[in-house]
Design a protein around this ligand. Sequence first.
Ligand code: PLP
Length: 429
Amino acid sequence: MAKDEYGFETLALHAGAAPDSATGARAVPIYQNTSYVFDDADHAASLFNLQEPGFIYSRLTNPTVAVLEERLAALEKGIGATATASGHAAQMIALLPLMGPGDHIIASSKLYGGSITQMGHTFKKFGWQVSFVDPSDPDAFQKALTAKTKAIFVECLANPGGVVVDLEPIAAIAHGAGIPLIVDNTMATPYLCRPGEFGADIVTHSTTKFLSGQGTALGGAVIDCDSFDFHNPEKFPSLATPAPEYHGLTFTESFGNLAYTLYGHAVGLRDIGPTQQPMNAFLTILGIETLPVRMDRHIANARIVADYLDGHAAIASVGYAGLPSSPYYDLARKYMPKGPGSVFTFKLKGGYEVGRKLVNAVELFSHLANIGDAKSLILHPASTTHNQLTKEQQTAAGAGPDVIRLSIGLETVEDLIRDLDRALAIATA
Ligand code: PLP
């Protein structure tokens, strides 16, 4: 049976890995190792000149991390992947091959707050410009295009607002302008949505969340969906003109459709250095093995909790795209028919103060700044993850002062409801 005929569950367990050829070990070995012995001087030179594939130094490539990369590429149906130290590092490495000083991207105004800060402040230091636009209005992307725009960046399911982005018209706008659509698929994971099937060219992940799944390993990844032709020297000189540090090699000519991924390793990881650690790759590989069964349970629990909150007197609204009342319900059914994940927000009638009391009163939910853990989590974004945004940006990102974010875990769902019920009674007393 051809590998590309395997189902998602099979790929989640096997893609990129085989029993260890040296020992027969069935689990993926952790190559806790920095450097690799060359066969001889010619072998060393050809590795350094990118004339043959192989391991040189773990800042660029590592056998454990390579399994994770191959597995994620298989799950997203991509051609190649670059694993990174974090989701934020993935966003940096995703854009590096495309951008130079003065270049520009268009990003959704409803990205995770940390991404808005990264792109709106820190990326400016490289001379990278960003325009944030409302992702529910595809025309806004068209209007924001300039001659310097090199990519459009959105989350398909936005953290934290439960916003589902209509990828197809935005992909059409990107492709009309000769630029790729990059989609952060952290919240949905490839089990719920494969953005590449809807026109995305590059997918990024914070593997820290549902992919690793237990709050143990920070990581990120960039996956090339193999749909975009980067062979455009004027638009993408890093990929399509000679690289002086590799003796005039041109990535698109030498590596064809692997050019973008090889640039991520051979320049991005080499020079910026945000490499994923082998131990974190191992933990993430373990997490991915159970991703399908975990996501089914995350969604089943989230639906029940969202229904409960929707009927609660203290709650003004629930922003879960799985509720028929959500403006994103139809888009969610199209883009993620198994369900729109398990992270969502709700608004408290009592506003900021009741929100603070609620996060203090829960017992089973952990009050912390993460999502996608097997354990249920709660957060008040306006005073934490979205604290560095202006009030307007907070509201645009769905993280105003009255908003609480939940990441529903795998516990017995009745226990989660009892915990919320008790905490809401205390907070509103
Ligand atoms: N993208 C999304 C949707 C996120 O939620 C996060 C973190 O919360 C990131 C990217 C950044 O990932 P990391 O924390 O792994 O750098």
